[in-house]
Write a protein that binds this ligand. Structure first.
Ligand code: PDD
Length: 278
């Protein structure tokens, strides 16, 4: 695989980041994941805009213009012959001797790579998944897409050990979001609920694109938080992300959702999203 590191396209074995990189020592950096379907970047303007915002929130300079960053992404797709998968971008504050406080003038470390993987018509998308519920262990600024992901790593590992494919996180009696996805339910009267954007969740790019499609198709949306009890009583449930697209959730904890199969509205949303991507 050809990756992008230190301003160059190099084979992955030749790519190295320094010991004193603050991404490594402090989790002091941000990332993005964009889907590639049919060799094309999906919702990439939204991902690049969020990348820029995440960096600005941490006062890390944008490592290159958004146009130049997209050129890196496109070059990686072409050089690796990527048809379906993801492109990962990461920028950290840069390298400096270890200290919580950082000196002025650091040069961000910017890397990017592709991952070939099936994104469309996966088993999870066709059959739906079971998600666990667990307390949200993360910090207070989840709207910033930082590489500080230990909460998600541990929550997902725990869920997997208990036989679940993924996990939805809870705080103050409400679901915040999935460990790496946006959470939605459909009420018995056909309304789609998903939490409004705030520092409590990551503002999903797939969410933004999907809500637009819902509006276009005249579907009812309500942006508000919902409780585990509401989710367990829902007619349908699903989650979205760049890497899972629209994935039905057919069990939450021990509670089967609907008839245990992907819901009709969820399946309609899967095809609307793919249509728009195609
Ligand atoms: N995760 N919420 C969290 C906590 C996430 O990590 C993600 C994405 C999302 C969905 O965002 P989007 O629709 O923009 O992908 C919501 C990516 C895929 C990851 O960490 O690999």
């Amino acid at each position: 695989r050809i990756v992008y590191c230190a301003g160059q396209f190099v084979p992955e074995e030749k790519a190295h980041v320094g010991l004193f990189d603050r991404g490594f020592l402090f989790g002091d950096g941000v990332y993005e994941v964009t889907a590639v379907i049919g060799g094309r970047l999906i919702d990439n303007d939204l991902h690049l805009a969020r990348f820029k915002r995440s960096l600005a929130e941490l006062a890390i300079p944008l490592p290159a213009s958004l146009e130049a960053i997209e050129e890196v992404q496109q070059t990686l797709i072409a050089r690796n012959g990527l048809v379906e998968g993801t492109v990962y971008l990461q920028a950290t504050r840069g390298e400096a001797d270890r200290d919580f406080l950082y000196p002025e003038g650091l040069v961000p470390t910017f890397v990017a790579f592709t991952q070939a993987r099936q994104l469309v018509a996966t088993k999870a998308q066709k059959e739906g998944i079971a998600v666990a519920l667990a307390p949200d262990p993360r910090w207070a600024r989840r709207d910033i897409k930082t590489v500080m992901l230990l909460g998600q790593v541990l929550a997902k590992r725990e869920a997997k050990a208990s036989g679940f494919a993924d996990v939805w996180l809870t705080q103050e009696g409400q679901i915040t979001e999935g460990a790496s996805s946006t959470a939605y339910i459909v009420t018995s009267d056909g309304k789609i609920l998903t939490r409004g954007n705030s520092p409590v969740i990551l503002p999903g790019c797939t969410r933004q694109a999907l809500l637009k499609l819902c509006e276009r198709h005249g579907l009812m949306i309500e942006e508000r938080s919902f409780s585990p009890a509401e989710a367990e009583a829902a007619a349908e449930a699903f989650q979205t992300s760049a890497s899972s697209l629209v994935t039905p959730v057919v069990r939450i904890g021990e509670t089967v959702i609907g008839n245990g199969k992907p819901g009709l509205l969820t399946r309609a949303l899967q095809s609307y999203y793919l249509e728009a991507a195609g």
